[in-house]
Design a protein around this ligand. Structure first.
Ligand code: NAP
Length: 309
């Protein structure tokens, strides 16, 4: 056996799992993948992670977690995982990466989810500068200014409603003329005097100021093709997340959207020895602190599993 525990993913769930597992002397090997630090590396200030009363920059928080994991003996491999399979003879996991194949008794999947964006020009450069996919994280930075949410599901409605606490006006831009969100959620936004619906529309272009901060968008009506301009300080994208779980084959069950299904009240997947934590296994909360909490659960679950042998 090469490894006792392999952790895949370098976000709050993966790092927390690594801290716990390393302190339990499991000497975990953590594959970072391409986006070291996960989604928090694309945010600016994090104000809601307990322990940082003055707030902390997302990348700094992730750097601290990585240092803490390393301090206790976590080893990092800067490789992308291509697949996880299981040897039929002894149930050992084989993790195949861009750098080779590694065997392990247990594996924790903490590969996160990727927020979807529209994929139009200039979008990447604006992330963290007036374009974000997390109202809970960034909403309070936009006080008394107009903002918009893109999407028509429960997330879009919940985020728009949350943003009314701060923003002077919240537009919801939706590509159809009917919301996908639950009736109760629809009622909350449709009756709110700070929220205005922009139906049948999408963003055709972004415009930024000389400092690279968003200042307006070009709206396009998808029925008429008509374009117009709207001044905004922030666009909150809420068109869904794609969980990074496709490399898993059939070792773990996933829901229709691709989120890994865990056994109740733990992080175990359908395969003994394979655990999942964080946004890849969380379609609802999607917060750094809840991902970190699940990372802790996963390490404790994995430790218990490994100790059986
Ligand atoms: P969702 O239900 O999949 O909704 C995504 C929305 O984005 C849809 O309105 C969709 O439009 C729109 N969209 C998708 N791709 C788009 C594109 N390329 N351009 C423009 N619009 C696009 O995702 P979600 O709102 O994140 O919710 C995910 C799950 O979590 C759902 O099951 C939801 O019920 C649940 N959730 C529950 C709560 C709650 O109960 N409190 C809160 C949040 C989320 P169309 O409608 O036209 O497809």
């Amino acid at each position: 056996m090469d490894e006792q525990l392999i952790i895949i993913g370098a976000g709050p769930a993966g790092y927390t799992a690594a801290i716990y597992a390393a302190r339990a002397s499991l000497k975990p090997l953590l594959f970072t993948g391409g986006q070291i630090g996960g989604q928090l590396t694309t945010t600016t200030e994090v104000e809601n992670f307990p322990g940082f009363a003055e707030g902390i920059m997302g990348p700094d928080l992730m750097f601290q977690m990585s240092e803490q994991a390393q301090k206790f003996g976590t080893r990092f491999a800067y490789e992308d995982v291509i697949s996880v399979t299981q040897q039929s003879c002894d149930d050992v996991f084989v993790v195949t990466t861009s750098g080779g194949a590694y065997k392990s008794k247990a594996v924790i999947i903490a590969t996160g989810a990727t927020a979807r964006y529209l994929g139009i020009d200039g979008e990447k450069a604006l992330i963290g500068h007036g374009l974000t996919a997390c109202a809970t994280c960034d909403g309070s930075f936009y006080r008394d200014v107009p903002v918009c949410v893109v999407g028509g599901g429960d997330s879009a409605c919940e985020e728009a409603h949350f943003l009314t606490r701060f923003a002077s006006k919240v537009y919801i831009i939706h590509r159809r003329d009917e919301l996908r969100a639950s009736k109760a959620m629809q009622k909350r936004v449709l009756e709110h005097d700070k929220i205005e619906m922009i139906w049948d529309s999408t963003i055709a272009a972004y415009q930024s100021d000389k400092d690279g901060e968003l200042e307006s968008i070009t709206l396009e009506n998808l029925k008429t093709g008509e374009q117009s301009s709207l001044d905004l300080k922030c666009v909150f994208m809420a068109i869904g997340h794609t969980p990074n779980s496709s490399f898993l084959g059939d070792l773990a069950d996933r829901d229709d959207a691709g989120f890994i299904i865990r056994k109740p009240d733990c992080t175990l997947t359908k395969t003994p020895g394979l655990f999942a934590a964080g946004d890849v296994a969380d379609a609802i909360y999607k917060q750094a602190i809840s991902a970190a909490g699940m990372g802790c659960w996963a390490a404790l679950d994995a430790e218990r599993y490994i100790n059986q042998f």
